[in-house]
Write a protein that binds this ligand. Sequence first.
Ligand code: FAD
Length: 559
Amino acid sequence: MQTRAEHWERLNGRFDLLIIGGGITGAGVARDAARRGLRVALVEAKDLAHGTSSRSSKLVHGGLRYLEQMALGLVFESVNERRVLQRIAPHLVRPLGFLFPVFDGASNPLWKINAGLFVYDALSLFRSPKLARRLNRAGVLAEEPMLRAQGLHGAPLYWDCATDDARLTLETALDAAAHGAVIATGARVTGLLRDAKGTVSGARVCDVRSGDTRDIDASVVVSATGPYTDALRRAAYGQTTTPMLRPTKGVHIVFDALRLPVRHAVVLRHPVDGRVLFAIPWGPQTYVGTTDTDYEGDADHVAADAADVDYILDATNHYFPGRDLTVQDVVSTWAGLRPLIAPPPSDGTLSASAVSREHQLTVEPDGLVTIAGGKLTTYRRMAAEVVEAAIGVWEDRGGDARRLRPAGTAEEPLPGGEQWPGEAGVETFIDATAAISGLPRDVAAELVRTYGGRATEVASLALSDPTAGTRLHPDRPEILAMVDWAVREELAHEVADVLIRRTQVFYRAKDQGLHAVNAVSARMGALLGWTEAEREASAEAYRAEVRLHRDGWAQPQEA
Ligand code: FAD
């Protein structure tokens, strides 16, 4: 069992390491530290991956455009991490072909981009999922018939990976839990604790459901709070603390793939400002993004506005001229904040897109360890660096590093990566999952895509309880068994956790899951012992989330 209540019960006593923030960074630190044998607690104010880690472009990539910025170290690290993540999470990190079409007037000619891709493959020591190929104009249009033909010269076809960012974060945290870490969700840190000498000795944590607070003692406290880093630092060191971050907002919009069919991720340079966007195939949907604008608003309420949606629609219609896409075609949107490191004052003129994607690790004199910046792709290496720094502080406070083991995070699979049949065995695995459970094939395929090697465990819930096979929406493959699994094994405690991050109903269903809200909240309420008021509050919070992500650019959906 991995329920929220079970983890909260264990959130007691003294920990070696207390991690604040359950995004990919905090989850990665928890996994690394727990596997080494440290006593670890992670506290997350909302849900795992509630912040930026469920709102990325969902790519595990070297970042071709960082090559343009000559950030060779970052690209080298990223392409090598891509291979590690394919090994430990093969069910979540899958190869995806990218086409980079070059048109008349491009700032970089085709030969230069092809040469750049050779360097890109070379930096991965020629172990990219597949090596890049050069396509001429006819070759590109054969691959992507909807793409603009006018002025097209050709394109390289190169390979990176796509992922499910929220699930990568979740499974990283679940693996930490399997190695003894306490993962408390709905646990907001309201202040740091200090001993008589002023060194940080823990944190005060508020249970956001009950309002109760408790003090958690720890030898080392790590802040992995992403875009909230400066808020935590201001709480710890005062309002005048120099900000570490310059957050920028990035928006994606989702279309039905029938309206925007693409076979590969297509790299687009925006016709107005030349920024890079991607149109990314996503099963029955296609998403396009991202924007990159400075953001100073409330991190809890970041959402797409009409200007963001228009900006992306303009680029999409320019490169796919026959589609005539409008806001009516937008199924859903998401918006996230990049926790980018603030450039030094002398770089104050940098555009948002030029701000570094590197990370920054600091250890304050009072012992607080802060990690900020970085990318989803490089989280594992970043986490190892943080744990090394934390162990240094822990040893100063009496910890004995001789009892620790190697973390093995580059070799040991995440939970769904165990018993994964490999790409060649996926279709057989889907057939077997359908056969043992009696579930329809599309449902079995969804379970395999979502849970990897654990799909049969979820499917078998439908054997003991026939209602578990009920679909959340008549047109969708998600079933009530996924709600049960999310609550019992994946720490879900709100309707939004299930519909946004344990499944992708929020993004993919035409009604954004509004028809499923009552069934999901009733099912969760029965499992979690909610009162009718609690059930309705969680359902209403989900409806509010849908409104937040539509109101800036469209009329709210009818339930
Ligand atoms: P977050 O995921 O934001 O996690 C921080 C967590 O801390 C939050 O869940 C928050 O609730 C919690 N928290 C904050 N304050 C408190 C508190 N007081 N108490 C308890 N908890 C607290 N990277 C890639 O590699 N590939 C991509 O394709 C990619 N695309 C991107 C596209 C966009 C638009 C954006 C914005 C980023 C993208 N990135 C990408 C970067 C990547 O997503 C981020 O670097 C990464 O997700 C940051 O994770 P994090 O854990 O540091 O922050």
